[in-house]
Write a protein that binds this ligand. Structure first.
Ligand code: F1P
Length: 347
């Protein structure tokens, strides 16, 4: 799916606004801020993108849950780029949020969507079709990783338009992007170890997910997948928030999953993990190959093959998706058709 998504960049050989539509340059230039509107998994993709857009393109970014946006008296700026993200392109709340933004005078609109003929794509000025192929199950998985790839491309195009990406950096970024499908493939090799972990989660009632920085939305997505397909109550927190409440939940019955890439926040995350261990919480840590985190009593560590810099979030979600999948198999739930959920929420 990722290879499909990135194929068009390969064909273009450079980052062009045209990736988002014929008249994209005019609409993407002069944008003062980005407003991302989406629901569920797609909202989590937007939360990751905010880190990229602000750090790499230097553009202020807000991310709103689409199902709430229209009920708030927000202050519109007409020079906002409204980015809607949706696997199906038919999510009623996302469509309503887009219509609300347009009614407020925001005409620079873009859809990141998997379905070219969808309502959302028809109603936006610009679009990026992720070409992930149909999601067989209800829970969004490959759609999420391809949304992230699309949003990273958008970030790079915006950075280039704003003079923040020189030719050498552009070539480096394109190379990193082209290598992502192979990097994901290498992460999939962790599946046998994840399967073993899944056995331990089958009997659990609750799970806590922790992450920091742009991996906090990945923790949110891991928790959502576990809820959606294995019906285990899961919550995600930025690890620094633990001491502001959720630490009260931690005891030896509470498994804690940590998204722990080898980035600048790792040392801070490690001290949060010690707080969990001190209360008897059992830790399941997704680290990187070169991280100094070792297995010890109550601390289980799996390592992703390589640290992937800004794109690390794209890799770290994959083992969390696999874990939810295998926990669902252990519990015997229907991974493709979870109870109470619809593939696209059109009402
Ligand atoms: C949004 C979403 C999915 C979730 C479930 C219900 O869908 O919340 O993220 O997995 O299928 O809908 P979409 O707008 O991305 O199609």
């Amino acid at each position: 799916a990722l290879a499909n998504t990135l194929e068009m960049v390969g064909a273009a050989k450079s980052l062009q606004p045209g990736l988002f539509g014929a008249d994209a340059e005019g609409l993407l230039k002069g944008v003062r801020q980005v407003l991302i509107l989406a629901c569920g998994t797609s909202w989590h993709a937007g939360l990751v993108a905010r880190y990229w857009l602000e750090a790499i393109a230097g553009i202020p970014c807000a991310v709103e849950i689409a199902s709430e946006y229209r009920y708030r008296e927000s202050v519109p700026d007409p020079e906002t780029l409204v980015v809607t993200i949706s696997q199906s392109g038919e999510t009623a709340d996302t469509l309503a949020a887009l219509q609300h933004a347009k009614a407020l005078g925001m005409r620079r609109t873009l859809a990141v969507c998997n379905v070219p003929e969808s309502s959302l794509v028809r109603e936006t000025a610009l679009r990026f079709i992720t070409r992930a192929g149909p999601e067989i199950g209800v829970a969004s998985t490959k759609a999420f990783t391809t949304q992230l790839a699309a949003l990273y491309l958008l970030t790079l195009v915006m950075a280039k338009l704003r003079g923040r990406l020189d030719a050498a950096a552009e070539a480096r970024e394109l190379q990193a992007l082209r290598h992502v499908p192979a990097a994901v493939q290498a992460v999939l090799a962790l599946e046998p170890a994840i399967k073993t972990w899944a056995q331990l989660f089958g009997a659990k009632q609750h799970t806590l997910f922790l992450g920091r920085g742009r991996h906090y939305p990945i923790a949110l997505e891991g928790a959502l997948k576990l809820k959606e397909i294995s019906y285990i109550h899961a919550e995600a927190y930025p690890a620094g928030e633990l001491k502001h409440g959720p630490l009260a939940l931690v005891d030896k019955e509470m498994p804690v999953i940590a998204v722990a890439p080898n980035d600048a926040l790792l040392e801070k995350l490690k001290s949060n993990l010690q707080e969990v261990r001190a209360r008897g919480g059992e830790l399941f840590v997704f680290a990187d190959a070169d991280s100094e985190i070792a297995d010890s009593e109550g601390v289980h560590v799996l390592r992703l093959p390589e640290h992937y810099g800004a794109l690390s979030a794209l890799l770290h979600v994959v083992p969390l998706q696999l874990l939810s999948y295998h926990v669902a198999l252990v519990k015997g739930t229907d991974v493709d058709k979870p109870r109470n959920l619809a593939k696209s929420v059109t009402v």
